[in-house]
Design a protein around this ligand. Structure first.
Ligand code: NAD
Length: 268
């Protein structure tokens, strides 16, 4: 028996990076995973990897910023696997922009994906969870898990003011949802990763290193050198914590923002 057997899970932003790693872990632990991503081919590739490992998964193309597209992805999850027990609301973007140069369009683009879409995906999932019977073996009807960031607490990355604001907003939405939805027996928590080795960080590194006049790789090297646990974070480091939040073991937790960062938030 896997610890997530029979759980219907939707993971957004799972064609690559953290979402892919988490989707694979949840699939290996028995969850039925709907892999949703703007990159439909990548979503299907992640789903195929889960199936090849003996798990259950479907891949769907989905733009989290488009409510119709989100509705279709959730419909696909429920029609394929019968229920939506857990949402991993993870899709996000990053962009390096100095505070004094950031434009209104750049601000709006960032907040549209990282905060507005996260809120409306949460809302759409919560409406479905509310209408279903409790999860087998649990008093809860559903679990919402967002991906925030340690950037929510401290700018840290001086060149990402809009990103940091969007992630502080994700923590706020997570807590409000926890308060409002507790009566419906739906929990809401978020994770705050540190510096995870994914394509997103490759882009951050390239843009940040260019601004500083450093060689490619230098921004990543400097950022990860402050990690107390002494190595960069992997998607798998995040996956273990998400698996816990998706499982019965965390049923009495709600409204929490869990740092999984090797201690980076205490570093520089
Ligand atoms: P990534 O860029 O490697 O992967 C993000 C995935 O999201 C991609 O597959 C992309 O296609 C998808 N996506 C982007 N916009 C989308 C949209 N509108 N609709 C659907 N899918 C969309 O990023 P990652 O590093 O895996 O980051 C995942 C999440 O973790 C993000 O929310 C990010 O802000 C957060 N995070 C990352 C780090 C890190 O160090 N990498 C740290 C803290 C938080």
């Amino acid at each position: 028996m896997g610890k997530l057997d029979d759980k219907g899970v939707v993971v957004t932003g799972a064609a690559r990076g953290i979402g892919r790693g988490v989707a694979q872990r949840l699939g290996a632990e028995g969850a039925s995973v709907t892999v949703a991503d703007l990159n439909a081919e990548g979503a299907e590739a992640t789903a195929a990897a889960i199936r090849d490992a003996g798990g259950k998964a479907v891949g769907v193309g989905c733009d989290v910023g488009d409510r119709g597209s989100v509705r279709s992805a959730l419909d696909a999850a429920v029609s394929e696997f019968g229920r939506l027990d857990v949402l991993f609301n993870n899709a996000g973007i990053a962009e390096i922009r100095p505070l004094l140069e950031l434009s209104e369009d750049e601000w709006d683009r960032m907040l549209a994906v990282n905060l507005r879409a996260v809120f409306f995906v949460l809302q759409a999932a919560a409406k479905r969870m509310r209408a279903q019977a409790p999860i087998a073996g649990s008093e809860l009807r559903g679990k919402l898990i967002q991906t925030a960031s340690i950037a929510a607490y401290r700018g840290g990355l001086a060149y990402m003011p809009h990103y940091a604001a969007s992630k502080a907003g994700v923590v706020s939405v997570t807590r409000t949802a926890a308060q409002v939805l507790a009566a419906d027996r739906i929990t809401s928590n978020c994770i705050c990763p540190g510096a995870v080795d994914t394509p997103m960080w490759k882009k951050i590194d390239a843009q940040w290193s260019k601004i500083e006049g450093w060689q490619t790789g230098e921004a990543w090297k400097r950022r990860t050198s402050f990690i107390p646990l002494g190595r960069p974070e992997t998607a798998d480091d995040v996956a273990g914590v998400v698996s816990f939040l998706a499982s019965r073991d965390s049923d009495y937790m709600t409204g929490q923002a869990v740092n999984v960062d090797g201690g980076l938030v205490m570093g520089n």
